[in-house]
Design a protein around this ligand. Sequence first.
Ligand SMILES: [Cu+2]
Length: 329
Amino acid sequence: MRTGRVLLLSIISAVAGCSGNQAALDPQGAPAIHIEHLIIGITIVCTVVWLLVMIVLGWALLRKRSSDSSQPGERSLTMIVGSAVAATVIIIAGLTIASFYTTRGIGLPENAALTITVRAQQWWWQVIYADPDPVLSFQTANEIHIPVGQDVRIQLESADVVHSFWVPSLAGKQDLVPGRSNSLLLRAERPGIYRGQCAEFCGLQHTHMAMMVIADEPADYQRWIAAQRENEAIPTDQDAAAGKIVFLSKPCAACHTVRGTPATGTTGPDLTHVGSRQTIAAGLLETTRGSLAAWIADPQTLKPGNNMPMVPLNSVELRNISAYMESLK
Ligand SMILES: [Cu+2]
C-alpha cells in the first residue's frame, strides 16, 4: 500500500517535471532544444545497449541450463568479443561527437547584439543592462527581459561564492565564479515567462534564489526598456508620498538605490521599478502591497539569513513604505 503510494507520487512528480516553464524536456529556445536532442539521443542509445545486454545475458543463462556440451569454439568467441569491443568504441565515439556538436551549437555566436550582465549575490540576481551612454544604463533584480527570437549574451559574474545560472527551458547551465567572467547564450523562440534557479549550492537560501526570464515581442521589449530607463515614478498617492520620506530617512536608502532620489545604496536590489517586477526576494513572493509589507516587516523570518536586516518601523510607517514600494512601477 505504502510502496504503491510512493511509486505513484514519484511517477507524478517525474512526469510533472517534463513540462512547464522550468523544464529541460520542454525546451523553448535554440540552445535548450539542442540539449534536449542530445538527452534523447543518449537515452535511446543507452536503452538499446541495455536491452541487448539483458537479452544476451538471459540467452546465456538459459542456454547453460539446457545443454552444457555445445560451447562455442575459440574462433567464434574471439569474433563475438571482437565485435562487442568494436561496437563499444563506435558508440562511445558517436556520443562524444554528438556532445561536441551540441556544445558548439549552444556556444556564443561572435556577435550577439545584446549583452546583459548578471551578477549573483547571496541570494539574489543583480541584472545590469549596461549602455555606453550611462544615462541609458539601468539595473534590475531577479528578472531578465529579452527580445524573442534573438541571441542574447549573458555575462555571468559573482559577488561572493560560486553560483550557477540555469534556465532549463531556454539554455544550458553555467557557473558564476567570483573574480571571473563567464558567458552563456540565452535565446527564446516564443514569448513567455521562463523560470530559472541557482543550480550550485551557495548557502542557506540557495533554494530561494530563483529568477524569471521574460521573453517579449520586440515592441514590448522596447517599451519595457524605455520604462526601466526612467527614474522613479514620483508618488502621487498620499500614503506612497509619506512612505518615500520614511524610506529616505531609514537605513533602507543605505542599501538600496531608487534612481531620482538620494537613495544610492548598492548592497541590495535596485528598487527604482520594484513594483513592476513579478516577484520579490528572488522568486520568494509575488509582488503585491501585502507581500512587500510582510517582507519589509520581517525579512529574516521569510528568508532566514539573507542580507536584509529587520528595520524597526511602526505600523503607519510600514503601511506607507509598502505603498511607496508598490508605486515604483
Ligand atoms: Cu546561488
